[in-house]
Each structure stands twice: as structure tokens, then as C-alpha cells.
Design a protein around this ligand. Structure first.
Ligand SMILES: [Fe+2]
Length: 342
């Protein structure tokens, strides 16, 4: 792992001003695309094929693929996220909507497990559980610190808006890297040296609660920048007796302070039928606390994790902590290679 002391340039290093609140940068589905997607979903449901097993080759989407190719380019080669809008989720209902989400997801990667319980398709729903070592954030309505998820891309389909709160926040990891390089370059070393993450309740009984490797917050693999961060699973390792140096604590606090800067955050209140796709290696996401609408008993969002073997990105990610046997990074590169290159 080499330390690149040059700022990262290009579309992936953005600021909030690049994505104005008028949503002029959002990519809407057109009517013909919705018809094409609905027909594909109905045919798939009629076939009885499991959603988790579908791949891009299973569907011809000549009308929609123009839009999805642009969106994929944003996620993989551009700013690292894309917001598609206008899926008629109320008309479609959960079954068709979820099926359409999976079909679109095939253009971004393979549908992967998201937890040790083996869920491929997850509902983001408030079950009034706390967010900590025993629970993941998707069943909590609490504020979620900036972090990235597992696999290449996380796809969130908004099915319902919260009565209050629930804003989705994104920050460019390369921009945060650039800011730390400019303001406190001395703090990059502990961030690139990495931290041991707590595996929370997502581990086999015989496995240690903490990862056996330090996961770098920032690293380069094959010359490509990668970020992996979750303060809650880093701090939770202290519960197992780990002690951090003063420089490590200062680096984490400084990183968090950058993530809280309004000039770096893109804030979006997802609307019904919005599909947000985020590159887990170049963008960090957060969600503000939300209050359920009193009439809502179903999911606020449907979530997919997508693993993309075509991607230029294949680095440490949350999949390593919870499902190492499913992690493409662990299976192909692994932490030993990172350590030997540092
Ligand atoms: Fe997340």
C-alpha cells in the first residue's frame, strides 16, 4: 500500500455544491422504461425464478439500458452515486417494486447476502432496536454515522417517506481524503494503517468478536483509491479491550469532523420511487434519525447489496467483517496482500 500524497482529482472528488437541491442531476425513468421494467418483472415472477439468482443476461431491456448504462457509469467511473427517480411503487406494490429493483440491480452486479442470517433482500424498517454491537442499522430509526456498506454498490429503493427526518446524506471519500491531506496530512498515516473492526453479532460462535486484520480507512489497490469506514464498529473494538493511540483517536475525530461539514455533504430526502445507488468504495453514507409515519407498517426502503466482478474496485469492505466467506476481496486479494504491500 503506497501513500499517495497527491490530491485525488476527477468526478469522484465532489462537494455539496456540485449537486444542488433542485435535483437537476437526478435521472428520471421514462414511461416506456417503466412499462419495459414492469413487463420484465411480471414475466420473472411468473417464472418462479429466485430473485437472488438473476443476472444481467436474463433480461433484455433495450429501452431502459440507455439510462442504466449512464447510471452505472456514474457509480463506477463518475461521482460514485446515482439517483434514479419515478418508479411507481404505490401502483406496483412491494412484490413488483422489489422485482424491478432486482432486475435493475443486475446492471450493477450480483445480488449478494447482506448479513449472516442469509438475507439477500432487506427491508429498511424501524423495529425499535438500538444501533450497536448486537444490531445492524437497517432495523433502527436512529441517526446512522457515516459509513460504507458491503460489496460494490448499495441500492436503496424508497417505498415510503418518513413523517419526519430520514434524510440520506452522502460524502465523497476522495474529497475527505483531500481535505485531510491539505489540513492535517500527519493524520493520514493512522487512517491508512487502519483499525480493527468489531464484527458485532454477525459472526460464527467460534469466531473472535474482532477482525484479525486492520482495515485501512484509505488505501490504493492496483492504483485505485478505496475507502472503508464505520466508526461504530471501530469504537466497539474497545469493548474487547483494544486501546487506541492518541494519534488514532485524533485521526478518527478529525475524519468525523470532515464528514460533518455541510460544504461536503449532499443531503437528499428520498422520494417514493427514488432508487439510490451508491459506490461503497468512494462514497460514505449516513441517515438522519426518522419518525415513522403513523400509517406505515411496512418498509421505508428496500435494500440490495451488489457485487460487481467487472468493477475496478475490489478492496476491504464491510462484507469482510460479517461474511468473509462471501467477500470477493477476501477471496481474491485479501488482507495479507495489503499488509505485505505496506
Ligand atoms: Fe449503510
Amino acid at each position: 500500500m503506497s501513500v499517495d500524497l497527491e490530491p485525488i482529482a476527477g468526478a469522484l472528488a465532489w462537494r455539496s455544491v456540485d449537486f444542488p437541491e433542485d435535483r437537476s442531476w437526478v435521472r428520471p425513468f421514462e414511461r416506456e422504461m417503466l412499462l419495459e421494467l414492469e413487463n420484465a418483472a411480471r414475466a420473472l415472477l411468473a417464472s418462479g425464478a429466485p430473485l437472488k439468482d438473476i443476472t444481467a443476461e436474463d433480461f433484455d431491456l433495450p429501452t431502459t439500458d440507455r439510462l442504466l448504462t449512464e447510471s452505472y457509469s456514474d457509480v463506477e467511473k463518475g461521482c460514485g452515486f446515482s439517483l434514479l427517480s419515478g418508479l411507481p411503487v404505490d401502483d406496483w406494490g412491494v412484490e413488483i417494486s422489489r422485482t424491478v429493483q432486482c432486475i435493475i440491480g443486475t446492471r450493477f452486479g450480483l445480488i449478494t447476502k447482506q448479513n449472516r442470517e442469509g438475507d439477500f433482500l432487506l427491508d429498511v424498517i424501524n423495529k425499535d432496536v438500538s444501533h450497536g454491537t448486537q444490531n445492524r442499522g437497517y432495523h433502527s430509526n436512529a441517526f446512522l454515522d457515516f459509513h460504507n456498506d458491503g460489496a460494490n454498490t448499495v441500492a436503496l429503493l424508497c417505498m415510503e417517506t418518513a413523517a419526519e427526518g430520514g434524510e440520506s446524506l452522502l460524502v465523497s471519500a476522495p474529497t475527505v481524503y483531500n481535505e485531510i491531506l491539505k489540513l492535517r496530512p500527519d493524520l493520514l498515516k493512522p487512517l491508512m494503517n487502519g483499525f480493527f473492526h468489531h464484527r458485532r453479532n454477525q459472526r460464527a460462535p467460534e469466531d473472535a468478536p474482532i477482525m484479525p486484520y486492520r482495515t485501512p480507512v484509505f488505501c490504493w489497490i492496483g492504483g485505485v483509491f478505496h475507502c472503508c469506514y464505520s466508526r461504530i464498529s471501530i469504537d466497539s473494538s474497545k469493548d474487547e479491550g483494544l486501546v487506541f493511540s492518541a494519534a488514532e483517536e485524533e485521526a478518527l475525530d478529525f475524519l468525523d469532523a470532515q464528514l460533518q461539514r455541510s460544504d461536503l455533504q449532499v443531503r437528499m430526502q428520498l422520494r417514493k420511487g427514488d432508487l439510490q445507488l451508491v459506490n461503497n468504495f468512494t462514497a460514505l453514507h449516513s441517515r438522519t434519525e426518522f419518525l415513522d409515519s403513523s400509517w406505515v407498517s411496512h418498509a421505508i426502503c428496500l435494500r440490495l447489496w451488489l457485487d460487481d466482478p467487472r468493477s475496478q474496485f475490489n478492496g476491504p469492505n464491510k462484507m469482510d467483517f460479517y461474511l468473509p466467506e462471501e467477500s470477493r476481496f477476501m477471496k481474491t486479494i485479501g488482507y495479507e496482500a495489503l499488509v505485505s504491500a505496506s
